[in-house]
Design a protein around this ligand. Structure first.
Ligand code: GLN
Length: 361
């Protein structure tokens, strides 16, 4: 039987079986705790550059289907599972996860003790890793992994953002802008069901957005480090310029860029939050949220920015959302569009329209 290896920069090697597309891969090894939603996660552009470990022990049991794509392809560089399902329920009459990964040219590795791997990441933080079937190459690979720059040091947003302005006219009363840092299809879906949308590349200057006459701007999710020089130069500049002119709603990367644009700071978390079961305390209630992030806003850095953190993760107290004291700006670190996950917080998309109409939070 063919063997495949997950090799970590600290020299740890996990042996398993290859599935999906047969190739090597390199990325930041992160874990997600959702029990379902594997297809949405794998196609979420925010996973660009990452090797995704699924903590749920059986992945692929309901197959895959065209409806669940969050973009046009798989963005994770490899998938690590305990077991994958070879004969899924055919309720969606789609492809198996094995076929889906082969079509998308992304390798999987199964038979891994994902509990052990996740404890390692949780204790020591995320690591760079590689998937290979070439056992002989492992000692060299460990050296290469140690020396390789973290994938999040690249301009990952530039790789996934749209290249030209796109319009979605839905015959609605309100028209919003979407600053695309690697938006998930679920965000565009939830905007289009309520508003006309004009989507802009991540490096669009504020005056171009203002000229288009949008009435508010949603700042999307996206991969990599929000304090990357290209993001500070373009996206954060745009958000800073827009902040005094239009209502803004930032989701995930958009939340982080809002903090940076107004003078706050972000930092890399030890292992992040990924999955559809992250509890967030907001106005005295706990919402179960969908998340995928490895960076966070530094609460202590918000003083003097006008922003206040008003939502917190129940598990580790990190910032999960902000609002501006005077301006119509609000954010969430989690994903109100779910895709995958619970719809507890989809009301934020309605709130965006209300804020646009009323001009204040
Ligand atoms: N989903 C996202 O927008 C992720 C934001 C950022 N890349 C992070 O990992 O924190």
């Amino acid at each position: 039987m063919a063997r495949s290896y997950l090799v970590l920069e600290d020299g740890t090697v996990y042996e398993g079986e290859p599935f999906g597309y047969r190739s090597d891969a390199f990325g930041e090894v992160v874990f997600a705790t959702g029990m379902c939603g594997y297809q949405e996660s794998l196609t979420d552009p925010s996973y660009q550059g990452q090797i995704l470990v699924m903590t749920f022990p059986l992945i692929g049991n309901y197959g895959t289907t065209d409806d669940f794509y969050q973009s046009d392809k798989v963005h994770a560089r490899a998938v690590v599972v305990r077991e994958y399902c070879k004969e899924p329920s055919d309720m969606y009459a789609g492809k198996t996860i094995d076929e889906f990964l082969r079509d998308n040219k992304v390798p999987g590795i199964s038979g891994i003790d994902t509990r052990d791997l996740v404890i390692k990441i949780r204790n020591g933080g995320t690591l760079k890793g590689a998937v290979t079937e070439d056992r002989e190459s492992i000692p060299d690979l460990v050296e290469k992994l140690k020396a390789a720059p973290a994938p999040s040091e690249g301009n990952l947003v530039g790789e996934v953002s749209c290249k030209t302005v796109q319009r979605f006219d839905e015959n609605k009363e309100i028209t919003v802008g979407l600053l695309d840092c690697g938006e998930k299809g679920g965000i565009l879906r939830d905007l289009r069901s309520r508003y006309n949308v004009i989507m802009f590349p991540y490096d669009t200057p504020a005056d171009v957005i203002i000229e288009s006459k949008v009435q508010g701007v949603l700042l999307s999710n996206g991969p990599g480090d929000p304090s990357h020089p290209m993001i500070l130069k373009h996206t954060a500049r745009t958000v800073a310029d827009l902040s005094s002119q239009l209502p803004l709603f930032g989701i995930c990367f958009g939340n982080q860029v809002t903090a940076l644009a107004l003078g706050g700071k972000t930092y890399k978390m030890k292992f992040g939050h990924r999955g559809c079961n992250q509890p967030v305390m907001y106005e005295g209630r706990v919402y179960i949220t969908s998340q995928n992030h490895g960076f966070a806003v530094d609460d202590g850095s918000l003083e003097g920015t006008g922003l206040v953190a008003d939502q917190f993760n129940v598990n580790d107290r990190t910032v999960e959302g902000m609002r501006h004291k005077d301006l119509p700006i609000f954010t969430s670190q989690y994903h109100p569009e779910a895709s995958p996950g619970p719809w507890d917080t989809s009301f934020l998309f309605d709130r965006f329209g209300k804020v646009i109409k009323e001009g204040h939070l």
